[in-house]
Design a protein around this ligand. Structure first.
Ligand code: NDP
Length: 294
């Protein structure tokens, strides 16, 4: 094996699309096309790019996408009423609200309103609770994408010390919960670090698998990483014209066994897992519709 190995998120995401294609085709053959509704509020340029990427992925797979682009000044009531309509719509099987929302809208109120059966981002407390008890339905896309990256690269997690930098509800915390499960692709010992961790390097240096999900450009440097570690860089930060991760790639790459690039690492996996959740949501909807007919 040559060291280090670059984990190619685009290639692994492409495998996942190939696996999803026949599942979509089978639904379509039965007269049932999966549908994803994406709600975007305001004009955040990065959010617009993410939404376009998700629509392109839908197009590739034959999933219908419905875009709702609402003005920045949209109030909570209007947004909730759109979600209620989509919850009841038989052509929509997944609903995604692109984050961040404008500051006057409390994200929690919005995410809690999405039907757990259409919660393809896996952010609803019902789905997070199912993850916690080890019986997940919809896993959050980025953590699930990271687990799949490792699994499909042949990197064992069981028995390893995983250190996660970042404790957000969408990446750090659910990822920690996934890796501590008594399950395949898990069974790790997990540490979570954040801005109140006094000596970050003391923890990161002990990681067999280090996940940087803190949104601080190049904060993880070579002297903070153990020789031979696996490094997963979740960060997407714009520095001038460049997109950079939370890992200082150049100083880390010489020390590690595996590393994800930015872009082209975790990012494509997040979209691929969103597609996987949407297909699953459509299959579950279709199965329930079949049960009602009987
Ligand atoms: P949040 O801003 O919600 O959370 C960041 C977390 O990192 C917080 O817990 C914060 O600690 C911690 N943190 C920030 N700076 C430091 C630091 N210097 N040292 C230690 N801990 C720190 O971010 P997200 O979880 O939403 O996203 C993290 C990054 O991942 C961002 O760059 C985002 O763009 C990217 N991202 C990428 C995705 C992809 O598909 N590749 C998907 C989702 C996110 P505290 O809680 O104490 O404030």
């Amino acid at each position: 094996m040559t060291f280090p190995q670059l984990i190619d998120g685009k290639a692994i995401a492409a495998q996942i699309y190939e696996e999803l294609r026949p599942r979509v085709a089978s639904l379509v053959a039965q007269g049932f096309q999966p549908g994803l509704a994406v709600i975007l509020v305001g004009e955040n340029p990065a959010s617009q790019v993410y939404v376009r990427n998700k629509e392109r992925a839908c197009e590739k797979l034959g999933i219908r996408s419905f875009r709702y682009h609402l003005p920045e000044k949209t109030d909570l009531g209007e947004l909730l009423s759109l979600i209620d309509t989509l919850n009841a719509c038989a052509e929509v099987h997944g609903i995604l609200v692109q984050l961040p929302l404008p500051p006057h809208i409390e994200e929690r109120n919005v995410l809690y309103r999405i039907s757990p059966e259409k919660d393809v981002d896996g952010f609803h407390p019902y789905n997070l609770g199912r993850l916690m008890v080890g019986d997940p339905v919809f896993l959050p896309c980025t953590p699930w994408g990271i687990q799949e990256l490792l699994r499909r690269s042949g990197i064992e997690v069981e028995g390893k010390h995983v250190v996660i930098v970042g404790r957000s509800n969408i990446v750090g915390k659910p990822l920690a919960m996934m890796f501590v499960q008594k399950a395949k692709g898990a069974n790790a010992t997990v540490s979570i670090c954040h801005t109140r961790t006094p000596d970050l390097a003391e923890h990161t240096k002990r990681a067999d698998i280090l996940v940087a999900a803190c949104g601080s450009p190049r904060v993880i440097t070579g002297n903070m990483v153990k020789e031979g570690a696996v490094v997963i860089d979740v960060g997407i930060n714009r520095v001038g014209e460049k997109l950079v991760g939370d890992v200082d790639f150049d100083s880390v790459v010489g020390k590690v066994s595996y590393i994800t690039p930015v872009p082209g690492g975790v990012g494509p996996m997040t979209v691929a897992m969103l597609m996987a959740n949407t297909v699953k949501a459509a299959e579950r909807f279709f199965a329930r519709a079949g049960e009602r007919k009987q």
